[in-house]
Design a protein around this ligand. Structure first.
Ligand code: AR6
Length: 205
């Protein structure tokens, strides 16, 4: 369901302790979805993987995506020479129902030094993923809740970075060709964070 529908059905009600940071925009709310699902099941133009700098797989959603995509994905990832934290690279989807996989490398939240500010790096993941989707003429993109698993980013803070980065990208007029932007959560804590924070960045129109 789109955000517009979730508001209409009363499934999401604006949090009364949060002031909207942007004006309501029905066009944007029609593009946004918040769902709780296994991202490997989505038949969509692109899904965003929570990868690591090697891009060679791991646990969590990364492991699930590689398992569902099959060995072709690993072979293509091997050719990419890894990816920097805060950025992303794109591959085909192989056996997945999604056409493309965008592999984003989120920050380790508690990393001591050297990595940079977690919020800036996480925003870089969302922005680069959106840019890759547009460059590749993709109409839809579903994000996993980057960094909120093994990498320890608190769900509420992470959802604010994600929502704000998407809103800014749309404000800049860069997302006009994107028809659907999905926040695909797996755990209830992440779904709750989006339900709580979404009205700050995408208030009911
Ligand atoms: N569909 C959607 N979301 C999922 C799924 C799934 N099938 N499985 C887990 N999640 P994590 P990170 C959610 O730990 O924190 C890997 O080993 C999960 O609930 O997968 O960025 C990589 O190789 C959480 O909200 O990624 C890296 O080394 C979100 O996906 C490292 O973990 C991200 O959790 C990356 O850590």
């Amino acid at each position: 369901p789109t955000l517009s529908l979730l508001y209409k059905l009363g499934r999401i009600t604006p949090a009364d302790d949060l002031e909207p940071a942007y004006p309501p925009n029905a066009n944007y709310n029609d593009k946004i979805s918040v769902i709780k699902r296994d991202i490997t099941t989505l038949a969509i133009d692109s899904i965003v993987n929570a990868a690591n700098t090697s891009l060679l797989g791991g646990g969590g959603v990364d492991g699930a995506i590689h398992a569902a995509a099959g060995p072709g994905l690993y072979d293509e990832c091997e050719e990419l020479n890894g990816c920097e934290t805060g950025s992303a690279k794109i591959t085909d989807g192989y056996e997945l129902p999604a056409k493309k996989v965008i592999h984003a490398v989120g920050p380790v939240y508690w990393a001591k030094k050297g990595q940079g500010k977690p919020a800036e790096l996480l925003a870089g993941c969302y922005r680069t993923s959106l840019e890759l989707a547009v460059e590749n003429q993709l109409k839809s993109i579903a994000f996993s809740a980057l960094s909120t698993g093994v990498y320890g980013y608190p769900s509420k803070e992470a959802s604010e970075v994600a929502l704000e980065t998407v809103r800014k990208f749309l404000e800049e007029g860069k997302g006009e060709d994107l028809e659907r932007i999905v926040f695909c959560n797996f755990l209830q804590k992440d779904e709750d964070a989006y339900y709580k924070n979404v009205s700050k960045y995408f208030p009911p129109a």
